[in-house]
Ligand binder design. Structure first.
Ligand SMILES: CC(C)(COP(=O)(O)OP(=O)(O)OC[C@H]1O[C@@H](n2cnc3c(N)ncnc32)[C@H](O)[C@@H]1OP(=O)(O)O)[C@@H](O)C(=O)NCCC(=O)NCCSC(=O)c1cc(O)c2ccccc2c1O
Length: 264
């Protein structure tokens, strides 16, 4: 299978999936998401693969979420083979694949890119990684796993701070709030991720599968919120308020959301 927006490689027992759009700080468009889904399915079906490492190309970014420039240009996240923007299905797949998914966060993880690492089973971070949510700055939000599951990881107060204030946090702060499992020097990150992959490959795959499904069972109801959130987002990102956020980012100016204040 050939990919344009990602790379896929199997090394020993691990599938390494790399988001490969460094000129857009590894932001995803519909095609990227479609390719990620294909790659995760390949990893699921491959008996040799016992864990998945998800990372980003280059040193700057892990993933910066939806491609805001694409959205400013076309009002959506661009074409895909299926004609759909299947980010909700990607979220579910990262949770449902019965193998540990290791995020190797090599740079900025923000917006929908932050959500991706949050949904991975464990996150390893380079010392230069930065973390945050950006939706309310750019006319977007994730009212599904991106907020509800984040609150499970860091607690309600911190999750609300992260989403409402849209601040960026460094790797040590992320470690302190339980958002990542370990911080390593940037040049050691992939080596570290592969060591975690090799170590977990020695364990019973069936026990791991049951455990992952057991951990997930407690939060699977959040998939219902995610479905609603994706429907809401389709409408919100195409609204004047949502489009103002994307246009302001593309034009490198502050958004003007004041005209959209409309409390009922
Ligand atoms: C990531 C940053 C904090 C980095 O800041 P920094 O100052 O270090 O670098 P620059 O700002 O100069 O960026 C370098 C370069 O990369 C381009 N870029 C960065 N992020 C994106 C992006 N998301 N899309 C496109 N391009 C991006 C940037 O323009 C620069 O290019 P130049 O050509 O100008 O050099 C900072 O860049 C930042 O805050 N980025 C935006 C982060 C963001 O808003 N992400 C998207 C949030 S919305 C989202 O993710 C989302 C997710 C979903 O799942 C959805 C589901 C359904 C509907 C909508 C969804 C949705 O909107």
């Amino acid at each position: 299978m050939t990919f344009e927006d990602i790379t896929y490689a199997v090394e020993e027992t691990a599938a390494v999936i790399t988001i490969n759009r460094p000129d857009r700080y590894n932001a995803f468009r519909a095609k990227t998401v479609e390719e990620l889904i294909k790659a995760f399915r390949l990893a699921w079906a491959d008996k040799q693969v016992q864990s998945v490492i998800l990372t980003g190309a280059g040193e700057k970014a892990f993933c910066t979420g939806g491609d805001v420039k694409q959205r400013a240009e076309t009002g959506d996240y661009g074409p895909s083979e299926s004609g759909m923007f299947e980010i909700g299905n990607l979220h579910k797949l990262i949770r449902d694949i019965p193998k540990p998914v290791i995020a190797a966060v090599n740079g900025v993880a923000v917006g929908g890119g932050h959500v991706l690492h949050v949904l991975c089973d464990v996150s390893l971070a380079s010392e230069t990684a930065r973390f945050g949510q950006a939706g309310p700055k750019v006319g977007s939000f994730d009212a599904g796993f991106g907020s509800a599951y984040l609150a499970r990881v860091v607690g309600e107060k911190k999750a609300r701070e992260i989403w409402f204030w849209c601040r960026m946090y460094d790797a040590q702060e992320a470690l302190g709030m339980g958002l990542v499992n370990k911080v390593v020097p940037a040049d050691q990150l992939l080596k570290e991720a592969k060591e975690w992959a090799a170590e977990v490959a020695e364990k019973s795959p069936t026990a791991i599968r049951f455990l992952k499904q057991s951990f997930n069972a407690d939060t699977d109801h959040q998939a219902g919120y995610s479905n609603m959130a994706m429907t809401a987002l389709d409408m919100f990102t195409a609204s004047p308020e949502g489009l103002e956020g994307a246009a302001a980012f593309a034009e490198k100016r502050k958004p003007d959301f004041n005209q959209h204040v409309n409390w009922h």
